[in-house]
Design a binder for this molecule. Structure first.
Ligand SMILES: Cc1cc2nc3c(=O)[nH]c(=O)nc-3n(C[C@H](O)[C@H](O)[C@H](O)COP(=O)(O)OP(=O)(O)OC[C@H]3O[C@@H](n4cnc5c(N)ncnc54)[C@H](O)[C@@H]3O)c2cc1C
Length: 250
């Protein structure tokens, strides 16, 4: 990579909010138009910087939810943490036409490009779905035939982010399979899992280890660590397991 390109990514720039979409009661997608956007790879994130009138800065990282093919638009999805300093502003107060300061794309490890092959095994906890959704959207937009399985853990049906889009993409698809687990409430007649991700669930859903899957796990730190440990016990090679931790468990 050229030095100037790296420096360019580290510069703060402004993006304009061109669309917002409520995904769940707590999560909102925010689409930014970023004129000088250099492009990204699925799985990367941006840093946002908010500045108050007295000059106080707050910076937070947000994964990019959109496919690289959407350039120069960049979508993030933010889940509101009730006691949080930044996320309630982004989900409740930001509107179309507002400007946001960002830099990126950041991260070269937790990325997937169609040329990296698979099969892919994606495991998401809560808003950890966001960078994995960028991979799924990239898979669809690039016409990749890499077989992909997603196991997605949410608290309840209402908290599943991108539920309709995931269903649409998986329906009739030979390359994408989506399985959900709900850790708190499950509606009557729910056909998915209703517990935390555990070894038995992974044994049923994950690719057999001898298929050498490429695995991406994202979510709260304890979720990521437990899932990686279960997969290692199933014989998954640690160098094919990539993890991203978003922060404390909600
Ligand atoms: C690489 C990376 C990518 C990320 N991508 C996303 C994303 O796509 N969408 C998204 O919603 N968030 C994402 N996060 C988390 C995000 O950066 C913030 O930490 C989160 O929005 C909370 O910020 P806040 O200012 O509202 O809360 P803060 O004021 O920082 O924290 C308030 C309270 O919430 C707790 N807390 C902080 N972060 C979390 C969390 N993630 N889960 C539960 N409790 C938390 C803190 O311990 C504290 O008690 C990502 C984090 C990283 C490191």
């Amino acid at each position: 990579m050229e030095g100037a390109e790296v420096l360019g990514r580290l510069n703060w720039q402004f993006g304009e909010v061109v669309a917002t979409q409520r995904e769940t009661d707590r999560a909102k997608s925010i689409t930014l138009s970023v004129p000088d956007w250099s492009g990204h790879r699925a799985g990367q994130h941006v840093d946002l910087r908010l500045t108050s009138e007295d000059g106080y800065h707050a910076e937070r990282s947000y994964s990019i939810a959109s496919a690289p093919e959407d350039r120069p638009r960049v979508t993030i999805t933010v889940e509101r943490i009730e006691t949080g300093e930044v996320s309630p502003y982004l989900t409740d107060e930001l509107h179309e036409g507002d400007k946001l300061e960002l830099r990126g794309p950041i991260g070269g490890y937790f990325v997937w490009e169609a040329s990296m092959g698979g099969p892919l095994f994606l495991v998401a906890g809560g808003s950890g779905i966001v960078p994995l959704m960028a991979m799924i959207r990239h898979q669809a937009a690039s016409g990749s035939s890499v077989p992909t399985r997603l196991l997605y853990s949410s608290r309840s049906l209402a908290e599943i982010i991108y539920r309709d889009e995931l269903e649409r993409l998986a329906q009739g698809s030979k390359r994408l399979e989506v399985r959900h687990t709900l850790t708190r409430e499950a509606p009557t007649g729910w056909a998915g899992y209703h517990r935390r991700v555990d070894a038995d669930m992974l044994r049923e859903v994950a690719w057999p280890a001898d298929k050498h899957p490429l695995t991406y796990i994202c979510g709260p730190t304890p979720f990521v660590e437990a899932t990686a440990t279960f997969l290692a016990a199933l014989g998954y090679a640690s160098q094919r397991i990539k993890t991203e931790r978003f922060g404390p468990s909600g």
